[in-house]
Design a protein around this ligand. Structure first.
Ligand code: SF4
Length: 320
């Protein structure tokens, strides 16, 4: 399958009183059609901003976004309207994107109305019931309101709404973070089934590496707006090369991933994302930091086949 999305040197800066906040700073990657890229990092690393910029919910500062080879970096209003049919988002908290005074059927069916996709009321009603069925919401909830449902069912509403326009690409922003573990598994399974049936391509944004282990083909670890490590999911779980990824993985309880790990506790304050210095952004918390790390920003390099890492000392630390 070919590349569905290509992102090149994407930057998103926000002006603040103290200078520019570098939320996303020169990020490049691509995703093949039907695949999932897991984007992982702590809160404030730029992962959610990245998803919003790709979907044009926020304007980009610099860089290029190609969708099926077409440059969509700065779309016109008409192009954006058309793009929204193909590119959708599932939010952590469906409440942030829906009108709580609408019923389940109204929320899921709204995109069908906006895009005039149904000719009759019957066709509209049938399509909404189909979408509810696809995401596992029984018909009896058609006239319920989101506050009457539990978190898992509310997330099914968010997924149903995202699917209404039959998109090819969905950014899933922490879609299971607010859910109990057992419900998380149900929603993840639903998303994987939908991907297989509909050849969907996902960006799956999360702070929790264990959540993306099974759903991702590739994983990109972000730290303060930059990519720290990027590789196939299997390779990353077998061997993490960047000190930050090692620490992230060590924090996952053993019961969730299996295997022995000693927890690596990160010390030191986060570097400010406002006008960050030309240095490794992880240097103040990294146990391996040297003077070079504090004065030169490491480039993202292919250290092993298809395994990219931004760290001056990666070979030494991992004895490669
Ligand atoms: Fe640590 Fe230096 Fe590598 Fe940054 S470049 S992760 S500070 S060793």
């Amino acid at each position: 399958m070919g590349k569905l999305l290509e992102v090149k040197h994407l930057k998103k800066y926000f002006p603040t009183k103290s200078g520019m906040l570098h939320a996303v700073d020169d990020v490049s990657f691509s995703i093949d059609e039907g695949k999932t890229l897991g984007v992982v990092g702590e809160s404030g690393c730029g992962k959610s901003t990245l998803g919003r910029v790709i979907l044009h919910l926020l304007p980009l500062t610099e860089g290029t976004i190609l969708y099926k080879g077409r440059d969509i970096s700065n779309p016109s209003r008409t192009e954006l309207h058309e793009l929204r049919r193909n590119m959708q988002m599932v939010f952590q908290d469906p409440y942030s994107s829906i009108n709580p005074r609408q019923s389940v059927a109204e929320i899921i069916g709204e995109p069908l109305k906006v895009y005039h996709l149904c000719k009759t009321r019957q066709e509209y009603g049938q399509r909404v019931r189909e979408l509810m069925d696809i995401v596992g919401l029984p018909e009896r909830y058609e006239h319920s309101y989101p506050h009457e449902l539990d978190g898992g069912r509310r997330q099914r509403i968010g997924i149903g709404r995202a699917l209404a326009l039959n998109p090819g690409f969905i950014v899933c922003d922490e879609p299971v973070s607010a859910l109990d573990v057992s419900i998380q598994a149900q929603i993840l399974n639903l998303m994987m089934d939908l991907q297989e049936e509909r050849k969907l391509t996902y960006i799956f944004v999360t702070h929790d590496l264990s959540v993306v282990k099974h759903i991702s083909d590739d994983i990109m670890v972000m730290y303060l707006g930059v990519v720290a490590e990027k590789s196939g999911a299997k390779a990353l779980f077998e061997k993490q090369l960047h000190p930050y990824t090692k620490a992230l993985l060590s924090a996952i309880p053993r019961a969730k991933l299996g295997g022995e790990r000693n927890r690596i506790l990160l010390k030191g304050e986060l570097t400010s994302p406002i006008e960050p210095p030309k240095a490794c952004r992880f240097a103040v918390r990294c146990p391996y930091a040297t003077d070079q790390c504090r004065r030169e920003e490491p480039a993202l390099e292919e250290v092993l086949p298809e395994h990219f890492v931004a760290c001056h000392r990666v070979r030494e630390i991992n004895q490669l």
